[in-house]
Design a protein around this ligand. Structure first.
Ligand code: SF4
Length: 457
């Protein structure tokens, strides 16, 4: 049982993490890799690491995740994993025939100092990479950063495939960050409505939200293609959604390929979506069609109809920085109070940004980067909230404190739907509000079962 703690006791714990609000770097790298068409992710480390990464992604996305491993044993752990990786590259291209292998490292291969670039060059020199096939790699030591860092590193490796020809292709690169396949589909729908020719990478729609066809397809049709990635260097601009997930790749394209970039917040909620739509319109030189304005109006309508139920409700949030920043802005814009905000990903600028976004909130907002679930629970124990928003692991706090939980973020292991229904854009905003309102009103109904209740508008 978690006891109440004094504020001094809460802030004094520095060396110990209890129930981390993050997971391991390679999981993010593996998810990003799955957003490339015809790609087989490869985990350069032990079988156990790869099994963990695959199972976590499978449990969240409810799809089989294919990935290979260098299968380190004692020998590779002592002498290095080069021989294992060279053999793996040869086997994978021979047996599974992917277009591309996206290799990420693990704690073990990073600790012994394996150099992915040197091993890839050796594989090429030894003819292990068939003509027209590709290898990319990203360092993902899990003892620094989080799954978000791993995702960002792999997205940067994808940007590294850009091969500028010197002639602009009129396309806009959209780097969506770590969002659901449904969100990537929604971003593409919005871009198409506005008339923007785009390359979205990574793109897991059509990979991790596919239909049941009765046949197993190792490489589904979805995902950004290798030629599209090569063309990123000729784009007229890049919109990177999220400082933590997408900015490194966008800035790399800016500095190496002279593709100007804008780093935006992920388009969760009204204001962030407005900025995304405006940036799309500006970079592509188009206008916003009436259909998009109509969807925006629907979201504004729901907010104004239901405002009284949101007003000054206290919310605790746990998740990843890019998602949390937009969600906190959304909650404050509908007059909810994001009282506690925790991410397991390091970065002081996250705390600064949340403080900026909540400076007009009429009570203290507690925020912690590199925080953990235990701290969030302590805060809630000392001063309760009306609602929790976060991943599956928040359910233990929700149960203990009897607080409604809206599952949102990664991982969600015990619910369905997140891979099919977007929460980005105006339509996504409607879904978020539906979930929040449902959780708040279910609680109201439960606490007052005799009450005859209708939504008052
Ligand atoms: S050893 Fe490192 S890479 Fe492997 S599962 Fe654990 S944290 Fe992840």
């Amino acid at each position: 049982m978690l006891l109440r703690h004094t504020p001094k006791e809460i802030t004094e714990r520095k060396a110990l993490v209890i129930n981390p609000a993050k997971t391991c770097q390679p999981i993010g790298a593996m998810y990003a890799s799955l957003g490339i068409n015809g790609c087989l992710p490869h985990s350069h480390g032990s079988q156990g690491c790869c099994a963990y990464h695959r199972s976590t992604l499978t449990r969240h996305y409810k799809e089989p995740i294919s990935a290979a491993t260098s299968s380190f044993t004692e020998g590779a752990s002592v002498f290095g994993g080069q021989a294992n990786l060279l053999q793996a590259i040869e086997n994978i291209f021979t047996v599974y025939e992917p277009e591309i292998i996206a290799i990420h490292t693990t704690c073990l291969s990073e600790t012994i100092g394996d150099d992915l670039k040197q091993i890839a060059l050796k594989a090429e020199a030894e003819g292990k990479i068939p003509k027209g096939k590709h290898i990319i790699g990203a360092p993902t030591p899990s003892y620094v950063g989080s799954h978000v860092t791993g995702f960002s590193n792999m997205v940067k490796a994808m940007a590294g495939m850009a091969t500028p020809t010197g002639k602009k292709n009129g396309k806009v690169n959209i780097i969506p960050g770590w969002v659901e396949p449904s969100d990537m589909r929604e971003l593409k729908r919005l871009a198409e409505m506005i008339g923007v020719d785009y390359t979205l990478f990574p793109d897991t729609s059509g990979v991790l939200d596919g239909p049941l066809s009765g046949e197993y397809t190792m490489f589904p049709k979805g995902g950004v293609t290798v030629p599209e990635l090569k063309g990123c260097g000729d784009a007229i601009g890049t919109l990177a959604l999220g400082e933590w997930c997408s900015a490194d790749a966008a800035r790399w394209l800016d500095s190496k390929c002279k593709v100007p970039c804008s780093v935006l917040d992920m388009p969760f909620g009204l204001k962030a979506t407005d900025r995304f739509i405006d940036a799309l319109r500006t970079v592509a030189g188009t206008t916003v069609p009436d259909e998009v304005t109509y969807e925006r109006g629907q979201l504004v309508d729901l907010i104004s109809d239901m405002h009284q139920y949101f007003y000054h409700k206290r919310v605790a949030l746990a998740g990843d920085p890019d998602q949390l920043i937009s969600m906190v802005e959304f909650l404050t814009s509908i007059d909810m109070i994001p009282a506690y905000v925790i991410t397991g990903t390091p970065g002081k600028k996250f705390e600064t940004r949340i403080k900026e976004l909540t400076k007009d909130v009429p009570c203290e907002v507690k925020v912690k980067a590199w925080g953990d679930m235990f701290l969030l629970h302590q805060w809630i124990k000392n001063e309760p909230v009306d609602l929790l928003i976060g991943n599956t692991y928040c359910k233990y706090i929700a149960r203990d404190e009897d607080i409604p939980l809206v599952r949102w973020g990664f991982p969600i292991l015990d619910r369905q739907g997140h891979q099919y229904f977007p929460t980005v854009g105006y339509k996504g905003g409607l879904r978020l509000l539906e979930k929040i309102l449902g959780a708040l009103l279910d609680r109201k109904d439960r606490d007052d079962p005799e009450r005859t209740f209708e939504l008052v508008m």
